[in-house]
Design a protein around this ligand. Structure first.
Ligand code: NAG
Ligand code: NAG
Ligand code: NAG
Ligand code: NAG
Ligand code: NAG
Ligand code: NAG
Length: 387
Protein backbone atom coordinates (compact mmCIF):
# COMPACT_ATOMS: atom_id res chain seq x y z
CA UNK A 1 0.00 0.00 0.00
CA UNK A 2 1.55 3.23 -1.14
CA UNK A 3 0.67 6.53 0.33
CA UNK A 4 0.55 9.64 -1.78
CA UNK A 5 0.11 13.16 -0.59
CA UNK A 6 -2.86 14.76 -2.19
CA UNK A 7 -5.12 17.51 -1.11
CA UNK A 8 -8.75 18.12 -1.68
CA UNK A 9 -11.44 20.04 0.09
CA UNK A 10 -9.12 22.19 2.09
CA UNK A 11 -6.00 24.01 1.18
CA UNK A 12 -3.36 23.50 3.80
CA UNK A 13 -4.81 20.10 4.38
CA UNK A 14 -2.77 17.26 3.19
CA UNK A 15 -4.88 14.25 2.47
CA UNK A 16 -2.96 11.04 2.23
CA UNK A 17 -4.72 8.75 -0.08
CA UNK A 18 -3.92 5.15 0.55
CA UNK A 19 -5.60 3.20 -2.14
CA UNK A 20 -6.38 -0.44 -1.82
CA UNK A 21 -4.05 -2.91 -3.43
CA UNK A 22 -5.94 -3.64 -6.63
CA UNK A 23 -5.74 -0.13 -8.01
CA UNK A 24 -2.65 1.62 -9.24
CA UNK A 25 -2.39 5.03 -7.72
CA UNK A 26 0.35 7.43 -8.73
CA UNK A 27 -1.63 10.12 -10.40
CA UNK A 28 -1.50 13.77 -11.28
CA UNK A 29 -1.76 16.31 -8.47
CA UNK A 30 -5.21 17.08 -7.16
CA UNK A 31 -7.20 20.19 -7.68
CA UNK A 32 -8.66 22.15 -4.82
CA UNK A 33 -12.06 23.73 -4.75
CA UNK A 34 -10.57 27.04 -3.70
CA UNK A 35 -8.26 27.05 -6.65
CA UNK A 36 -11.37 27.20 -8.77
CA UNK A 37 -12.07 30.65 -7.38
CA UNK A 38 -11.98 32.89 -10.36
CA UNK A 39 -11.09 36.53 -9.85
CA UNK A 40 -13.88 37.54 -12.22
CA UNK A 41 -16.33 35.75 -9.97
CA UNK A 42 -15.17 37.73 -6.96
CA UNK A 43 -15.76 41.06 -8.59
CA UNK A 44 -19.28 40.11 -9.69
CA UNK A 45 -20.99 41.39 -6.58
CA UNK A 46 -19.18 44.68 -6.84
CA UNK A 47 -20.01 45.06 -10.51
CA UNK A 48 -23.69 44.56 -9.87
CA UNK A 49 -23.45 47.35 -7.33
CA UNK A 50 -24.58 45.03 -4.57
CA UNK A 51 -21.99 45.71 -1.90
CA UNK A 52 -22.40 43.16 0.85
CA UNK A 53 -19.77 44.49 3.25
CA UNK A 54 -16.94 46.91 3.86
CA UNK A 55 -13.34 45.74 4.06
CA UNK A 56 -11.13 46.79 6.95
CA UNK A 57 -7.59 46.02 8.03
CA UNK A 58 -6.31 45.28 11.49
CA UNK A 59 -2.67 45.27 12.56
CA UNK A 60 -2.30 41.64 13.61
CA UNK A 61 0.42 39.90 15.62
CA UNK A 62 2.49 37.43 13.60
CA UNK A 63 3.26 35.04 16.43
CA UNK A 64 0.89 34.71 19.36
CA UNK A 65 2.85 32.07 21.19
CA UNK A 66 6.35 33.16 22.03
CA UNK A 67 8.50 36.17 22.77
CA UNK A 68 11.27 35.81 20.21
CA UNK A 69 12.14 39.13 18.57
CA UNK A 70 10.50 37.99 15.32
CA UNK A 71 7.24 37.47 17.18
CA UNK A 72 6.73 41.18 17.51
CA UNK A 73 6.28 41.47 13.78
CA UNK A 74 2.80 42.30 12.55
CA UNK A 75 0.83 42.03 9.34
CA UNK A 76 -2.25 43.64 7.87
CA UNK A 77 -5.19 41.36 8.56
CA UNK A 78 -8.32 41.86 6.50
CA UNK A 79 -11.87 41.49 7.73
CA UNK A 80 -15.23 42.33 6.21
CA UNK A 81 -18.02 43.96 8.14
CA UNK A 82 -21.72 44.63 7.61
CA UNK A 83 -23.60 46.60 10.30
CA UNK A 84 -26.84 47.10 8.39
CA UNK A 85 -28.84 44.77 10.63
CA UNK A 86 -27.07 45.42 13.90
CA UNK A 87 -29.03 47.02 16.73
CA UNK A 88 -25.79 48.14 18.32
CA UNK A 89 -24.07 47.75 21.66
CA UNK A 90 -26.83 49.42 23.69
CA UNK A 91 -29.08 46.43 23.10
CA UNK A 92 -26.23 43.91 23.39
CA UNK A 93 -27.10 42.76 19.91
CA UNK A 94 -25.05 39.79 18.79
CA UNK A 95 -22.00 39.63 16.58
CA UNK A 96 -21.87 36.83 14.01
CA UNK A 97 -18.34 36.04 12.94
CA UNK A 98 -17.28 33.84 10.03
CA UNK A 99 -13.97 32.17 10.84
CA UNK A 100 -12.34 32.36 7.43
CA UNK A 101 -10.88 29.30 5.82
CA UNK A 102 -8.28 28.68 3.14
CA UNK A 103 -9.05 31.27 0.50
CA UNK A 104 -10.04 34.83 -0.20
CA UNK A 105 -12.53 35.83 2.50
CA UNK A 106 -14.72 37.64 -0.04
CA UNK A 107 -15.46 34.30 -1.69
CA UNK A 108 -16.69 32.85 1.60
CA UNK A 109 -18.66 35.97 2.47
CA UNK A 110 -20.36 35.89 -0.94
CA UNK A 111 -21.23 32.23 -0.52
CA UNK A 112 -22.49 32.31 3.06
CA UNK A 113 -25.96 33.67 2.40
CA UNK A 114 -27.15 31.96 5.57
CA UNK A 115 -25.52 34.62 7.75
CA UNK A 116 -27.13 37.43 5.74
CA UNK A 117 -30.46 35.59 5.93
CA UNK A 118 -30.48 35.24 9.71
CA UNK A 119 -28.82 38.55 10.63
CA UNK A 120 -32.11 40.56 10.44
CA UNK A 121 -33.85 38.18 12.88
CA UNK A 122 -31.08 38.48 15.43
CA UNK A 123 -30.23 42.10 14.59
CA UNK A 124 -26.68 40.90 14.29
CA UNK A 125 -23.45 42.50 13.23
CA UNK A 126 -21.79 40.46 10.48
CA UNK A 127 -18.03 40.02 10.45
CA UNK A 128 -15.97 37.81 8.11
CA UNK A 129 -12.34 37.39 9.12
CA UNK A 130 -9.74 36.25 6.60
CA UNK A 131 -7.37 33.36 7.35
CA UNK A 132 -3.71 34.39 7.58
CA UNK A 133 -1.66 33.69 4.43
CA UNK A 134 -4.74 33.93 2.20
CA UNK A 135 -6.42 36.63 0.17
CA UNK A 136 -5.10 39.99 1.28
CA UNK A 137 -3.93 38.88 4.73
CA UNK A 138 -0.39 37.99 3.78
CA UNK A 139 2.29 38.34 6.47
CA UNK A 140 5.81 39.58 5.68
CA UNK A 141 4.76 42.84 4.12
CA UNK A 142 1.98 41.35 2.03
CA UNK A 143 4.54 39.74 -0.26
CA UNK A 144 3.43 36.21 -1.16
CA UNK A 145 6.83 35.32 -2.59
CA UNK A 146 8.38 35.90 0.80
CA UNK A 147 5.48 34.63 2.90
CA UNK A 148 5.33 31.31 1.06
CA UNK A 149 9.06 30.87 0.69
CA UNK A 150 10.02 28.27 3.30
CA UNK A 151 9.45 26.91 6.79
CA UNK A 152 10.84 30.05 8.43
CA UNK A 153 7.86 31.99 7.08
CA UNK A 154 5.28 29.24 6.49
CA UNK A 155 5.77 28.07 10.05
CA UNK A 156 3.35 30.85 10.99
CA UNK A 157 0.62 29.24 8.93
CA UNK A 158 -1.16 27.08 11.47
CA UNK A 159 -4.76 26.75 12.54
CA UNK A 160 -3.64 27.52 16.12
CA UNK A 161 -2.22 30.89 15.06
CA UNK A 162 -5.32 31.57 12.95
CA UNK A 163 -7.60 30.98 15.94
CA UNK A 164 -5.48 33.32 18.06
CA UNK A 165 -5.78 35.92 15.26
CA UNK A 166 -9.55 35.64 15.45
CA UNK A 167 -9.54 35.98 19.23
CA UNK A 168 -7.29 39.05 19.12
CA UNK A 169 -9.29 40.73 16.40
CA UNK A 170 -12.70 40.04 17.96
CA UNK A 171 -11.62 41.39 21.36
CA UNK A 172 -10.22 44.55 19.77
CA UNK A 173 -13.25 45.06 17.56
CA UNK A 174 -15.63 44.73 20.52
CA UNK A 175 -13.57 47.24 22.45
CA UNK A 176 -13.67 49.70 19.54
CA UNK A 177 -17.42 49.29 19.22
CA UNK A 178 -17.88 49.46 23.02
CA UNK A 179 -19.74 46.20 22.52
CA UNK A 180 -18.11 44.17 25.28
CA UNK A 181 -21.42 42.62 26.28
CA UNK A 182 -22.54 41.68 22.78
CA UNK A 183 -22.47 37.89 22.49
CA UNK A 184 -20.37 36.45 19.68
CA UNK A 185 -21.34 33.40 17.63
CA UNK A 186 -18.91 31.93 15.11
CA UNK A 187 -19.85 30.30 11.80
CA UNK A 188 -17.85 28.31 9.30
CA UNK A 189 -18.03 25.77 6.51
CA UNK A 190 -15.59 22.97 5.74
CA UNK A 191 -12.19 23.80 7.27
CA UNK A 192 -13.79 27.09 8.40
CA UNK A 193 -16.32 24.99 10.32
CA UNK A 194 -13.53 23.08 12.01
CA UNK A 195 -12.05 26.43 13.00
CA UNK A 196 -15.40 27.63 14.33
CA UNK A 197 -15.73 24.49 16.43
CA UNK A 198 -12.19 24.67 17.76
CA UNK A 199 -12.64 28.36 18.46
CA UNK A 200 -15.62 27.69 20.69
CA UNK A 201 -13.67 24.95 22.48
CA UNK A 202 -10.47 26.93 22.95
CA UNK A 203 -11.90 30.40 23.51
CA UNK A 204 -15.21 29.82 25.34
CA UNK A 205 -14.88 33.21 27.04
CA UNK A 206 -15.05 34.93 23.63
CA UNK A 207 -17.84 33.00 21.89
CA UNK A 208 -21.09 31.63 23.20
CA UNK A 209 -21.71 29.35 20.24
CA UNK A 210 -20.44 27.91 17.00
CA UNK A 211 -22.20 26.68 13.90
CA UNK A 212 -20.15 24.36 11.73
CA UNK A 213 -21.39 23.22 8.34
CA UNK A 214 -19.86 20.44 6.21
CA UNK A 215 -16.98 20.38 8.67
CA UNK A 216 -15.02 17.13 8.96
CA UNK A 217 -14.33 17.79 12.63
CA UNK A 218 -13.77 14.14 13.47
CA UNK A 219 -12.29 13.05 10.18
CA UNK A 220 -8.96 12.01 11.63
CA UNK A 221 -7.02 8.82 11.81
CA UNK A 222 -8.44 6.26 14.24
CA UNK A 223 -11.58 8.33 14.73
CA UNK A 224 -13.28 8.18 11.34
CA UNK A 225 -12.90 5.46 8.76
CA UNK A 226 -10.60 6.52 5.93
CA UNK A 227 -13.16 5.03 3.55
CA UNK A 228 -15.97 7.34 4.58
CA UNK A 229 -15.30 10.18 2.15
CA UNK A 230 -15.10 8.03 -0.96
CA UNK A 231 -17.98 5.86 0.23
CA UNK A 232 -20.24 8.87 0.58
CA UNK A 233 -19.30 10.12 -2.89
CA UNK A 234 -19.96 6.62 -4.25
CA UNK A 235 -23.31 6.43 -2.48
CA UNK A 236 -24.39 9.74 -4.01
CA UNK A 237 -24.10 8.25 -7.48
CA UNK A 238 -25.24 4.74 -6.57
CA UNK A 239 -28.41 6.08 -5.00
CA UNK A 240 -29.35 7.54 -8.39
CA UNK A 241 -28.94 4.23 -10.17
CA UNK A 242 -26.93 1.05 -10.03
CA UNK A 243 -26.02 1.53 -13.68
CA UNK A 244 -24.65 5.01 -13.01
CA UNK A 245 -22.36 3.60 -10.35
CA UNK A 246 -21.28 0.66 -12.52
CA UNK A 247 -20.44 2.78 -15.55
CA UNK A 248 -18.29 5.13 -13.47
CA UNK A 249 -16.65 2.29 -11.61
CA UNK A 250 -15.79 0.42 -14.79
CA UNK A 251 -14.59 3.45 -16.69
CA UNK A 252 -10.99 3.74 -15.49
CA UNK A 253 -10.11 0.33 -16.84
CA UNK A 254 -11.63 1.19 -20.19
CA UNK A 255 -9.84 4.53 -20.30
CA UNK A 256 -6.52 2.93 -19.44
CA UNK A 257 -6.99 0.11 -21.97
CA UNK A 258 -7.91 2.54 -24.68
CA UNK A 259 -5.13 4.95 -23.75
CA UNK A 260 -2.48 2.27 -24.04
CA UNK A 261 -3.58 1.15 -27.52
CA UNK A 262 -2.13 2.71 -30.61
CA UNK A 263 -4.32 5.65 -31.60
CA UNK A 264 -6.17 5.23 -28.33
CA UNK A 265 -5.34 8.64 -26.93
CA UNK A 266 -6.76 10.28 -30.05
CA UNK A 267 -9.92 8.24 -29.60
CA UNK A 268 -10.14 9.48 -26.00
CA UNK A 269 -9.52 13.04 -27.15
CA UNK A 270 -12.36 12.80 -29.62
CA UNK A 271 -14.74 11.07 -27.20
CA UNK A 272 -14.23 13.63 -24.43
CA UNK A 273 -13.67 16.70 -26.65
CA UNK A 274 -10.27 17.34 -25.14
CA UNK A 275 -8.29 20.25 -26.58
CA UNK A 276 -5.45 19.53 -28.97
CA UNK A 277 -2.69 20.74 -26.64
CA UNK A 278 -2.47 17.83 -24.22
CA UNK A 279 -3.91 14.44 -23.38
CA UNK A 280 -2.95 11.59 -21.14
CA UNK A 281 -5.07 8.83 -19.57
CA UNK A 282 -4.10 9.75 -15.98
CA UNK A 283 -4.93 13.39 -16.51
CA UNK A 284 -8.28 12.39 -18.00
CA UNK A 285 -9.11 10.24 -14.98
CA UNK A 286 -8.12 13.00 -12.62
CA UNK A 287 -10.23 15.44 -14.59
CA UNK A 288 -13.24 13.11 -14.34
CA UNK A 289 -12.60 12.54 -10.64
CA UNK A 290 -12.72 16.29 -10.06
CA UNK A 291 -16.08 16.41 -11.82
CA UNK A 292 -17.53 13.54 -9.74
CA UNK A 293 -16.17 14.67 -6.38
CA UNK A 294 -16.99 18.35 -6.68
CA UNK A 295 -20.42 17.70 -8.12
CA UNK A 296 -21.19 15.41 -5.18
CA UNK A 297 -19.83 18.02 -2.78
CA UNK A 298 -22.05 20.73 -4.26
CA UNK A 299 -25.13 18.62 -5.02
CA UNK A 300 -27.52 21.45 -4.19
CA UNK A 301 -31.26 21.32 -4.89
CA UNK A 302 -31.09 24.67 -6.71
CA UNK A 303 -28.92 25.94 -9.55
CA UNK A 304 -25.70 27.17 -8.00
CA UNK A 305 -22.29 28.60 -8.73
CA UNK A 306 -19.99 27.76 -5.87
CA UNK A 307 -17.13 25.86 -7.52
CA UNK A 308 -18.54 25.80 -11.04
CA UNK A 309 -21.90 26.81 -12.48
CA UNK A 310 -24.23 23.84 -11.98
CA UNK A 311 -27.88 22.94 -12.48
CA UNK A 312 -30.11 21.89 -9.58
CA UNK A 313 -29.44 18.31 -8.40
CA UNK A 314 -26.30 17.97 -10.55
CA UNK A 315 -25.58 14.37 -9.48
CA UNK A 316 -29.00 13.39 -10.78
CA UNK A 317 -28.19 15.22 -14.02
CA UNK A 318 -24.88 13.38 -14.38
CA UNK A 319 -26.55 10.02 -13.88
CA UNK A 320 -29.24 10.99 -16.34
CA UNK A 321 -26.51 11.37 -18.97
CA UNK A 322 -24.94 8.11 -17.96
CA UNK A 323 -28.25 6.24 -18.01
CA UNK A 324 -29.31 7.83 -21.29
CA UNK A 325 -30.49 4.89 -23.46
CA UNK A 326 -29.57 6.68 -26.70
CA UNK A 327 -25.87 6.27 -25.91
CA UNK A 328 -26.33 2.49 -25.77
CA UNK A 329 -23.24 0.80 -24.43
CA UNK A 330 -20.86 3.66 -25.30
CA UNK A 331 -19.37 4.40 -21.88
CA UNK A 332 -17.25 7.26 -23.14
CA UNK A 333 -20.26 9.05 -24.56
CA UNK A 334 -21.98 8.55 -21.22
CA UNK A 335 -19.03 9.84 -19.20
CA UNK A 336 -18.57 12.75 -21.57
CA UNK A 337 -22.20 13.67 -20.92
CA UNK A 338 -21.60 13.52 -17.17
CA UNK A 339 -18.43 15.64 -17.39
CA UNK A 340 -20.32 18.17 -19.48
CA UNK A 341 -22.68 18.77 -16.53
CA UNK A 342 -19.78 19.93 -14.36
CA UNK A 343 -17.48 21.57 -16.89
CA UNK A 344 -19.87 22.98 -19.45
CA UNK A 345 -23.16 23.87 -17.81
CA UNK A 346 -22.99 27.31 -19.38
CA UNK A 347 -22.50 25.70 -22.81
CA UNK A 348 -19.64 28.05 -23.65
CA UNK A 349 -16.72 25.61 -23.57
CA UNK A 350 -15.34 24.73 -26.99
CA UNK A 351 -12.94 22.03 -25.78
CA UNK A 352 -11.74 20.76 -22.39
CA UNK A 353 -8.21 21.72 -21.45
CA UNK A 354 -6.42 19.01 -19.48
CA UNK A 355 -3.17 20.97 -19.46
CA UNK A 356 -4.71 23.59 -17.24
CA UNK A 357 -4.10 22.50 -13.69
CA UNK A 358 -4.87 25.08 -11.05
CA UNK A 359 -2.07 25.67 -8.55
CA UNK A 360 -1.71 22.95 -5.99
CA UNK A 361 -1.26 24.56 -2.61
CA UNK A 362 0.45 21.64 -0.98
CA UNK A 363 3.05 20.69 -3.51
CA UNK A 364 3.76 24.02 -5.10
CA UNK A 365 2.72 27.05 -3.19
CA UNK A 366 3.26 25.78 0.28
CA UNK A 367 6.23 23.64 -0.46
CA UNK A 368 4.87 20.60 1.31
CA UNK A 369 3.90 22.47 4.44
CA UNK A 370 1.46 20.33 6.34
CA UNK A 371 -0.87 21.69 8.94
CA UNK A 372 -3.55 19.04 9.08
CA UNK A 373 -3.50 15.48 7.83
CA UNK A 374 -6.56 13.57 6.75
CA UNK A 375 -6.39 10.06 5.38
CA UNK A 376 -8.63 9.01 2.55
CA UNK A 377 -8.71 5.45 1.30
CA UNK A 378 -10.74 3.50 -1.09
CA UNK A 379 -12.68 0.33 -0.49
CA UNK A 380 -13.21 -2.32 -3.15
CA UNK A 381 -16.76 -1.17 -3.78
CA UNK A 382 -16.27 2.57 -3.96
CA UNK A 383 -15.84 4.47 -7.19
CA UNK A 384 -12.08 4.51 -7.78
CA UNK A 385 -11.32 8.18 -7.43
CA UNK A 386 -8.04 9.41 -8.87
CA UNK A 387 -6.80 12.54 -7.18
C1 NAG B 1 -25.23 44.40 4.24
O1 NAG B 1 -25.87 43.37 3.49
C2 NAG B 1 -27.12 43.76 2.96
C3 NAG B 1 -27.76 42.52 2.36
O2 NAG B 1 -26.99 42.01 1.34
C4 NAG B 1 -26.93 44.88 1.97
O3 NAG B 1 -28.18 45.29 1.46
C5 NAG B 1 -26.26 46.05 2.69
O4 NAG B 1 -25.99 47.08 1.76
C6 NAG B 1 -24.97 45.60 3.34
N1 NAG B 1 -24.47 46.70 4.18
C7 NAG B 1 -23.22 47.11 4.12
C8 NAG B 1 -22.87 48.22 5.07
O5 NAG B 1 -22.40 46.68 3.36
C1 NAG C 1 13.60 31.36 3.83
O1 NAG C 1 12.93 32.47 3.29
C2 NAG C 1 13.33 33.71 3.81
C3 NAG C 1 12.40 34.77 3.26
O2 NAG C 1 12.31 34.71 1.87
C4 NAG C 1 14.78 33.95 3.46
O3 NAG C 1 15.21 35.17 4.01
C5 NAG C 1 15.63 32.81 4.02
O4 NAG C 1 16.95 32.96 3.60
C6 NAG C 1 15.10 31.46 3.56
N1 NAG C 1 15.78 30.40 4.26
C7 NAG C 1 16.21 29.29 3.67
C8 NAG C 1 16.85 28.29 4.54
O5 NAG C 1 16.09 29.11 2.47
C1 NAG D 1 -9.70 49.59 16.71
O1 NAG D 1 -9.34 50.95 16.63
C2 NAG D 1 -7.95 51.20 16.48
C3 NAG D 1 -7.76 52.72 16.57
O2 NAG D 1 -8.52 53.35 15.59
C4 NAG D 1 -7.50 50.64 15.15
O3 NAG D 1 -6.11 50.84 14.98
C5 NAG D 1 -7.79 49.14 15.12
O4 NAG D 1 -7.46 48.60 13.85
C6 NAG D 1 -9.27 48.88 15.40
N1 NAG D 1 -9.52 47.47 15.53
C7 NAG D 1 -10.21 46.77 14.63
C8 NAG D 1 -10.41 45.31 14.90
O5 NAG D 1 -10.67 47.25 13.61
C1 NAG E 1 -3.83 4.96 15.05
O1 NAG E 1 -3.79 3.66 15.60
C2 NAG E 1 -2.64 2.90 15.23
C3 NAG E 1 -2.80 1.51 15.79
O2 NAG E 1 -3.10 1.55 17.13
C4 NAG E 1 -1.38 3.61 15.73
O3 NAG E 1 -0.24 2.92 15.31
C5 NAG E 1 -1.34 5.03 15.15
O4 NAG E 1 -0.23 5.73 15.67
C6 NAG E 1 -2.63 5.76 15.50
N1 NAG E 1 -2.61 7.06 14.84
C7 NAG E 1 -2.79 8.22 15.48
C8 NAG E 1 -2.73 9.46 14.68
O5 NAG E 1 -2.99 8.27 16.68
C1 NAG F 1 -21.98 -2.44 -27.97
O1 NAG F 1 -23.04 -2.41 -28.89
C2 NAG F 1 -22.62 -2.81 -30.22
C3 NAG F 1 -23.77 -2.61 -31.17
O2 NAG F 1 -24.95 -2.22 -30.53
C4 NAG F 1 -22.14 -4.23 -30.18
O3 NAG F 1 -21.70 -4.63 -31.46
C5 NAG F 1 -20.99 -4.35 -29.21
O4 NAG F 1 -20.59 -5.68 -29.09
C6 NAG F 1 -21.39 -3.81 -27.83
N1 NAG F 1 -20.22 -3.79 -27.00
C7 NAG F 1 -20.20 -4.25 -25.77
C8 NAG F 1 -18.91 -4.11 -25.02
O5 NAG F 1 -21.17 -4.72 -25.24
C1 NAG G 1 -20.53 22.75 -24.39
O1 NAG G 1 -21.91 22.87 -24.55
C2 NAG G 1 -22.32 23.44 -25.79
C3 NAG G 1 -23.84 23.62 -25.76
O2 NAG G 1 -24.48 22.44 -25.42
C4 NAG G 1 -21.87 22.53 -26.93
O3 NAG G 1 -22.22 23.10 -28.16
C5 NAG G 1 -20.36 22.36 -26.85
O4 NAG G 1 -19.91 21.46 -27.82
C6 NAG G 1 -19.97 21.84 -25.47
N1 NAG G 1 -18.52 21.81 -25.34
C7 NAG G 1 -17.83 20.69 -25.28
C8 NAG G 1 -16.36 20.82 -25.13
O5 NAG G 1 -18.34 19.60 -25.33
Amino acid sequence: MRIIAVGILFLCFSIFSSLSSTVSNDKVPPRFPSSVIRPEQLSLATKRGTKLYKARYFTQILDHFNFNPKSYQTFQHRYLINDTYWSGPEKNSPIFVYTGNEGDIEWFAQNTGFMFDVAPYFKALLVFIEHRFYGKSIPFGGDKDIAYSNASTLGYLTSTQALADYATLIIDLKKNLTADDSPVVVFGGSYGGMLATWFRLKYPHIVIGALASSAPILNFENITSPYSFNNIITQDFRSESENCYKVIKGSWEQIEDTGSRSGGLELLRKSFRICKNYIDADALESWLTTAFVYTAMTDYPTPSNFLNPLPAYPVKQMCKSIDDPTTGNDSFAKLYGAANVYYNHTGTTTCFNLAYSPPNWITTEFGGHVSIIIYISQSQTSIPLRY
